[in-house]
Design a protein around this ligand. Structure first.
Ligand code: F6P
Length: 360
């Protein structure tokens, strides 16, 4: 193994830089191998200035830094890239250019740090001959084949701190406070932060809710003498028989953008006579310094990905299984996305403690 490439695709997540740092250090110190950074997801293979050498000096001080020094590209699907040709905007497949780029750079392996979309593309590029190794990244924690993705713990920490802060105003003003959290079609952030922050209602995509049940919980709390309520609502949560709420439709490049369910719920509750405020935590969940757990996981993933590269184990993804770093096939990782199980002990625990999921 003489030279490996690294790219970060999809949205950013805390811990990307920690993976890059670990991979560069392991590649250089352990294997005497050169490392090339590919900028802005797969785009770096196409742009003139798209690649940079990564040495030990380049990764100094990266461990606590959020974002990614390589840049990310959330519309970086190599099979549908928007370009202007003859003055017209068209969508083209640039996967062959990426394969050519990998060959031109003489990469023995390409580490792809990404979520479901990026890892899907990575698997397809492997089928075209690219020496791919995946590293699971996303604050949503929704990738199959692994117990954890880096970025999730940091997002949950930020969301829990937000719930703690909302609690004081909720209590002081006798209000209902709803906090809309990210997670796309998986409710892990809302569930974990909701339990850790002591929310009274947790709404997640996996458990469709009824508006009446949410209000019943708020009313029950008032009857019990608690004049405020905290609602942690996942952006992908939906009412029984209704669709998710989007702030922007999707197209060939962009997936539809979720957002707005918090306001819908807030309006309903206020209409039932309970003063309500809604906060959307948004991209604060993706920013900032990674937690120690995310740095620990990201570092282990980065190093393990390089070890896989040295063994020539391509089309695999590093994963966490019962506390140990293992590898799984990319196909397994992308075929069944991870979701909150209704039998999850956290769901059972929450229900047993009178936290409502808005379904009963
Ligand atoms: O997948 C990560 C995520 O942060 C989701 O939780 C959220 O729905 C989405 O990305 C937001 O994407 P963007 O940064 O494109 O708005």
């Amino acid at each position: 193994m003489k030279r490996i490439g690294i790219l970060t695709g999809g949205g950013d997540a805390p811990g990307l830089n920690a993976v890059i740092r670990a991979a560069v250090k392991t590649a250089i110190y352990e294997y005497g191998c050169e490392v090339i950074g590919i900028r802005d997801g797969y785009d770096g293979f196409i742009d003139d200035q798209g690649v940079i050498p990564l040495g030990i000096e380049d990764v100094r001080g990266l461990l606590p830094r959020g974002g990614t020094i390589l840049g990310a590209a959330s519309r970086g699907n190599p099979y549908a890239r928007k370009v202007i040709r003859d003055g017209k905007e068209i969508t083209i497949d640039v996967s062959e250019e990426i394969i050519t780029g990998i060959k031109r750079l003489e990469l023995d392996a390409l580490l792809v740090l990404g979520g479901d979309g990026t890892l899907h593309s990575a698997h397809e590029l492997y089928l075209k001959g690219a020496p791919i190794i995946g590293v699971p990244k996303t604050i949503d924690n929704d990738i199959g084949g692994t117990e954890a993705t880096f970025g999730f713990d940091t997002a949950v920490t930020t969301a829990t701190e937000a719930i703690d802060k909302l609690h004081t105003t909720a209590e002081a003003h006798h209000r209902v406070m709803a906090l809309e959290l990210m997670g796309r079609d998986a409710g892990f952030i809302a569930l974990h932060a909701g339990v850790a922050g002591g929310a009274d209602v947790i709404l997640i995509p996996e458990i469709p809710f009824r508006f009446e049940a949410i209000v019943a919980k708020v009313r029950q709390r008032v009857e019990r003498g608690y004049l405020f309520s905290i609602i942690a609502v996942s952006e992908g949560a939906k009412a029984v028989g209704e669709n998710q709420v989007f702030s922007r439709p999707g197209d060939e490049i962009y997936v539809p953008r979720l957002g707005g369910i918090g306001q819908v719920i807030g309006k309903y509750i206020e209409g039932q006579g309970f003063e309500t405020r809604v906060t959307v935590l948004g991209h604060l969940q993706r920013g900032g310094t990674p937690t120690p757990f995310d740095r620990w996981l990201a570092t282990r993933y980065g190093a393990a990905a390089v070890r896989l590269a040295a063994q020539g184990k391509f089309d695999r993804m590093v994963a966490l299984h019962m506390g140990k770093i293992v590898d799984v096939s990319l196909e397994e990782a992308i075929s069944i996305p991870k979701r909150v199980s209704l039998n999850d002990d956290a769901v059972i625990t929450a229900r047993g403690m009178s936290i409502s999921f808005g379904d009963e």
